[in-house]
Design a protein around this ligand. Sequence first.
Ligand SMILES: NC(=O)c1ccc[n+]([C@@H]2O[C@H](COP(=O)([O-])OP(=O)(O)OC[C@H]3O[C@@H](n4cnc5c(N)ncnc54)[C@H](OP(=O)(O)O)[C@@H]3O)[C@@H](O)[C@H]2O)c1
Length: 305
Amino acid sequence: MKAVICTKYGTPEVLQIQEVSKPIPNDNQILVKVVATAVNSGDVRVRSLDVKGFMKVIMRLVLGISRPRKSILGVVFSGVVESIGDNVSKFKISDNVFGMTGFKFGTYAEYIAVNQNSNVLEMPKNATFEEAAAIIFGGQTAIHFLDKAKIAKKFNQKILIIGATGSVGTAAVQIAKHYNANITAVCSSNGHKLVSELEVKNIVLYDKEDFISRVDRFNIIFDAVGKSNKNQCKNLLNENGVFKSVSSGYASESIQQLQLLKDLFEKRAFKATIDKTFPMDKIVDAHRYVGTGRKKGNVVLKISQ
Ligand SMILES: NC(=O)c1ccc[n+]([C@@H]2O[C@H](COP(=O)([O-])OP(=O)(O)OC[C@H]3O[C@@H](n4cnc5c(N)ncnc54)[C@H](OP(=O)(O)O)[C@@H]3O)[C@@H](O)[C@H]2O)c1
């Protein structure tokens, strides 16, 4: 099968399409013919090893010293079950599925074998493969951090979402809406249209106004781009207000998060925000684009038709 191999850490050009062995599912695995994956900010970070100081050492130890040990990057997928292991009862051949592999990576490939009990579900019935692949990374990350901020605890919490136009930010807006939060979103003038389309009324354009000097007070501040810190935002928090940032700690993924995304998508309470779709052989262009840090929502990589 064809797969995108990360030959070493470096610029997007280190990614090469190569022929590798097709995985053989074990008794508990399903073999998925991947239709779409997404190129996420996390993939770019792994490929480029773009982290500061001591974190670089940690990342090399965890991921591989001179190149990623798991040479096929990509953490999300949508596709069709092609075969199943002897013990598989949750899925059948021809099911449309979507999921996240996390630190197992491997989704920039024509096939992937995943355990039936891992982070995989049948796709939302009304989703295209592109949409299903696009909602996972930002969606699961946003649910993780908003859970930590206890967004479900009270009705109509006032929340400030900084960086509402990225993969995590667009998802955070929609998850916050699901919990009936009163949302103020921070984005650039370039992102205004997208955030308005997500039906946010209170929008602060960071290139026109310094949101830090606002007089509003919030129950929750979620920095979905990791550009600020709690100290900078302290005057915007009300008593017992909570600050969460994507820069503090790692999001852990769960099947409950994926189920919530699926349910919301089927109820049309969550939509996929897709900026661009690249074919697999344009992986270098896709990584270069995501690496600008300016994408709006998500970038899909189409693996097969
Ligand atoms: N901790 C974790 O486990 C975890 C998990 C996932 C992601 N992350 C991190 O979360 C961050 C966001 O991820 P992502 O995938 O959502 O990134 P992304 O999609 O690449 O985010 C890009 C978006 O951020 C906007 N942006 C850039 N600078 C901004 C600023 N100063 N203020 C507000 N918006 C700004 C950009 O629009 P404009 O340029 O037009 O403003 C663009 O729309 C990344 O740093 C990623 O590494 C962490």
